[in-house]
Design a protein around this ligand. Sequence first.
Ligand code: SF4
Length: 329
Amino acid sequence: MKLTKPDYFDRFHCLAGGCPDSCCQEWEVQVDPDSASRYRKLPGPLGNDLRRVLRDEDGETYITISDGRCPMWRLDGLCRIQAELGEAALCKTCREFPRLTHDYGDFVELGLELSCPEAARLILNESAGYITETVPGIGAAEYDRDAMEVLKSTRVKALELLKDSSRTVGQTLALLLLYGCQAQGELDGAESVPFDMAAALETARELAQPGDIGEIISFFQSLEILTDGWDTRLRSPAPSDWDRRTLALARYFVNRYWLQAVSDYDLYSRVKFLVIACLLLRTLGGDFVETAQLFSKEIENDADNMDALLDAAYEHPAFTDAKLLGMLL
Ligand code: SF4
């Protein structure tokens, strides 16, 4: 079976006590059923404390945070479960974070989550290459093969487009938006045709209308906000020029989300999502890696926020193609 991962994947090391924004704060950790069952049966003080903080909601189990942090996070920065029972006793979320696995049955893709500061540094500061290796195991394809073929080939083209340094960041993202539209057409059954960048840029300029970044910020303020830091950023944006690392951010989104459209045939809202994210980051300003990491923590790691943004990409008047192009160009 083929396994693909970014070349920095195996270089990731958790910063532990040195982490500037630990994953043990502000998040409610979702606990997998096996770990929840084990924690509930544990004897002694640790078992008593875990039973007190485990909470069931909508068929899932969570560790309830208190004072903005996981109650299992010790003052010395270590996890109490790991310290007392060993790493194997951690629930799946904590054991794997920030590693991502996309298992499509007959091939697997790995990645890191941008919401971890150390992963964000690797994702945004390196021109990542990808490694494909053969690993033991033969799985069956769990997807529509024709759709996956289109998604794989269009993703290659989208990534090539993002590597072209001959245009401004805004122009590149405008082209990506239009290419996403074309790729959605191919996914819907249209014939594959070459993407003429010069013509597409001309079309983008013709379509562009003034957008209002204030409307975008208002939309994000209407979502669930986890941290005071994000609330402050949204209240006091410090717009900056495009940071070239925005293209590394866009490549991360393309690698992470493009193939996921095989599940619902909706590629275009994912492309719009990444364009909106890049526009928001430029508007918020500040340290680029920090802002991107915070965005990911608030939006990518919150299923409700992600769903709301993907829906809004189609429906919200601030996110029409014309307005997005207007803000990009
Ligand atoms: S956010 Fe990343 S670096 Fe920080 S504690 Fe969690 S896994 Fe480690």
